[in-house]
Design a protein around this ligand. Sequence first.
Ligand code: FE2
Length: 285
Amino acid sequence: MSQRQVKKLVTSHRQTEGGGFIVRRPFPTRGFPQADPFLLLDEMGPIDYAAGKAVGAPDHPHRGFETVTYVLAGEAEHEDSAGHRGRLGPGDVQWMTAGRGIVHSEMPSRELQQRGGRMHGFQIWVNLPARDKMIAPRYQEIPRTRIPEAQTADGLAKVKVVAGEALGVRAVIETRTPISYQHWTFSAGATVSVPLPREHAAYVYVFEGAVRVGDREVADGQLAVLGEGDAVDFSAAGHAQALLLSGVPLREPVVQYGPFVMNTTAEIQQAIDDYRSGRMGSIAR
Ligand code: FE2
């Protein structure tokens, strides 16, 4: 097997989103606008909210891509104009395919807003290929009990497989194009080699401790862009956590205007018109 090496390291920046919550965002940035087929990676928190201070992202539209929310701590309440409504607690995943358009609301749960508490999680945006941009919206709500977990024989490297396959376990989530989304937790002395299809572009985001990826050390808050190969080797000298994201690049033009991601400016104009005239609906309350 040929090992993938780190081609580029991107340090995340802090950014304010939605109703005023701070995220760590390795991309998009000016120097690294996208990680085809992924458009965005946000780490929300960890933050300890005082009572009455928790904020979220009230009603906003999406078209042309998917948003994937993975909660590590706290509780979120999501609802949308297609009538979906769900609560996400620690370990739960919401894979939302906006397709031709949806109005979405992502808020901390009422209890978290009232009492305060810790919030930590991820949102990634997965681009849709041109042929799928106008499909019907879809929700996949996957509770933590349905996210498969596995570990190395020595128990030092553990993985939760949100999408794709690792250490012999396969995720239940269906993706429109081949995607892998793995959450790794390492204890001191962990080593593991993870096979990845050669045609995938692959990225590793470290969000606790430090992880050696191939022959480079990747620090907390850094994203490693991996080169070609058919496996990625991880090791960790201490406790660490990382996401491994990979997928077949779409290699299509990306025209983005805020929450709309299409292939041409005419399609963006259409999305703005459709949203303004109410054709993406509204959330019934
Ligand atoms: Fe959203």
